[in-house]
Design a protein around this ligand. Structure first.
Ligand code: PLP
Length: 391
C-alpha cells in the first residue's frame, strides 16, 4: 500500500491493470458467493442509464429541470405503488439517509420536550445514528417469537416524551413485517409521526401476492392513515445501482419541515429536501428507467424468482443434518442456525470457503437476491453441508 501522492500519472491501461490486481480479493455478486447482502448486481439497463447520466447533480435542480421533473414523477410512481399518488419525497443515498430524514422531519414537527422514538428492537442501526446526531432517546420494544414487535409493549412505551413511532416492513435480520395495521391507529390516536422502514421490503411486499405468495401479514403503506413517511431502497430489491434510496412523505406539509431553501446555486433559487447537497442525478434517471423497463410485471417476476429460490433453499435446509432454519420466511430472507457449533464458527468456516453470510446474534442470514440462481445455491448447499459437519 503506497500512500504517497503519485508524482506523475500512469496510463489508463496501467491504472486499470493495477486496479484489477488490487481489487482481485473482493467478492463479486457474479461469483454467487455473496449470500448475506441486501444489495445485488444492478440490472444492466439501470447500470447503463446511470453511466450515461453520471454528470448530473440533482442537488442543483435548476440546472437539470427535466431531471427534476423526472424525480417528481418517480416519487409519484412509487407513491402510487404505496397507495398515495400525492406523496412527495426524494431519491436519496440509501436507507440510512431516508431514515435520518424521517427522524429529522419528525423532530422538526415535535415540541422540544418530545425526544423519544418508540421502535422495535429489530430496527436498523441507522436509527442509532439518528439518535446520536439529533440527541434522541430510542425506546426499544421487544419482538415476539414471530419477530414482529409486541403491540402491548409498544403501546406501553408511548408517553409524554414520545416524538415518533417507527415500524418495519421487512426487518434487516429476518424480513419480518411489524403489525402495522395495529400500530397505525396508535399514531392517529396519539397524533404522532409514524415512519415505516421498508428499505428492504419496499420492492418485495407490493409484488408478493401477484407473484403467488402470501402478502406479508399486514398493510405496509399510506392506506394506513397514521403513516407519515416510508423508506424504500431501489438499490436493494429494486435492481438499481448504489446509491439509490427513497423517502416518501404523505404530503408536502410533512416534508416541508425538513426542507432547506438555497438562494445561490447556479441553477437559481431552489430548495433541497435531502441531507446531502450534491446528489446523484444518475440515480434518479436509473430508478425512473428501471421502473419503466420492468414495470409491475417485471418486478413481480424478480420477486417470484427470489421467493422460489428462498423456498428451494429452505426445503433443502430442512433435509440437512447439523443446521436448522430460524423462522418460516415472509420474504426472501432465510435465517439458519447450526446445531453442532456456534453461528460465529459456521460463519468463519463458510468465509474460509469463500462464502459471505451475515452474522446476527444467534443466527446467520441468507438473502436470496436476484444475483443468486439455482446453480449457485446448489454449490452453496454442498459447502454448507461440509461446513456444518466439520471445520
Ligand atoms: N433499513 C433497513 C430495514 C435495512 O435493512 C437497511 C440496510 O440493510 C437500512 C435501513 C439501511 O440501508 P442503507 O445501507 O442503504 O443505508
Amino acid at each position: 500500500m503506497s500512500k504517497n501522492f503519485p508524482a506523475s500519472g500512469l496510463s489508463e491501461e496501467e491504472v486499470s491493470a493495477l486496479l484489477e490486481e488490487r481489487l482481485a480479493e473482493d467478492l463479486t455478486f457474479t461469483s454467487g458467493h455473496i449470500l448475506g447482502s441486501m444489495c445485488s448486481q444492478p440490472h444492466p439497463f439501470a447500470a447503463e442509464i446511470f453511466r450515461r447520466q453520471l454528470e448530473k447533480n440533482i442537488g442543483d435542480p435548476g440546472l437539470h429541470p427535466a431531471l427534476a421533473k423526472l424525480e417528481e414523477e418517480t416519487i409519484g410512481i412509487l407513491g402510487n405503488l404505496f397507495s398515495n399518488p400525492h406523496a412527495v419525497g426524494s431519491i436519496v443515498t440509501g436507507g440510512t439517509e431516508a431514515n435520518l430524514l424521517a427522524m429529522w422531519t419528525a423532530k422538526n414537527r415535535a415540541p422540544a420536550e418530545r425526544r423519544e422514538v418508540v421502535l422495535p428492537e429489530t430496527a436498523h442501526f441507522s436509527f442509532e445514528k439518528a439518535a446520536s446526531l439529533m440527541d434522541l432517546t430510542l425506546i426499544k420494544v421487544p419482538t415476539g417469537p414471530d419477530n414482529r414487535v409486541r403491540v402491548e409493549e409498544y403501546k406501553r412505551a408511548i408517553g409524554p416524551r414520545t416524538m415518533a413511532l417507527v415500524a418495519i416492513a421487512g426487518t434487516t435480520g429476518l424480513g419480518a413485517v411489524d403489525p402495522l395495521d395495529t400500530l397505525s391507529p396508535l399514531a392517529v390516536e396519539h397524533n404522532l409521526y409514524l415512519h415505516i422502514d421498508a428499505a428492504f421490503g419496499g420492492f418485495v411486499l407490493p409484488f408478493l401476492e401477484s407473484a403467488g405468495y402470501p402478502p406479508g401479514g399486514s398493510a405496509f403503506d399510506f392506506s394506513l392513515k397514521g403513516v407519515s413517511s416510508i423508506t424504500l431502497d431501489p438499490h436493494k430489491m429494486g435492481r438499481c445501482p448504489i446509491p439509490s434510496g427513497c423517502i416518501l412523505y404523505r404530503n408536502e406539509e410533512i416534508s416541508g419541515s425538513s426542507t432547506t431553501h438555497v438562494s445561490y446555486l447556479a441553477g437559481g433559487k431552489t430548495r433541497q429536501r435531502t441531507i446531502v447537497g450534491t446528489r446523484s442525478g444518475a440515480a434518479v434517471a436509473a430508478v425512473w428507467a428501471t421502473l419503466q423497463h420492468l414495470g409491475f410485471e417485471g418486478f413481480t417476476q424478480v420477486v417470484r424468482e427470489c421467493m422460489e429460490n428462498t423456498f428451494f433453499l429452505m426445503n433443502q435446509i430442512k433435509l440437512m443434518n447439523g443446521v436448522e432454519s430460524v423462522v418460516q420466511p415472509t420474504m426472501n430472507v432465510v435465517g439458519i442456525r447450526p446445531t453442532g457449533c456456534s453461528p460465529d464458527e459456521l460463519a468463519r468456516r463458510l468465509r474460509g470457503r469463500g462464502y459471505a453470510l451475515s452474522l446476527f446474534p444467534g443466527f446467520l442470514r441468507i438473502t436470496l437476491m436476484p444475483h443468486l440462481n439455482r446453480e449457485y445455491l446448489e454449490s452453496f448447499l454442498t459447502v454448507l453441508r461440509e461446513g456444518v459437519k466439520n471445520g
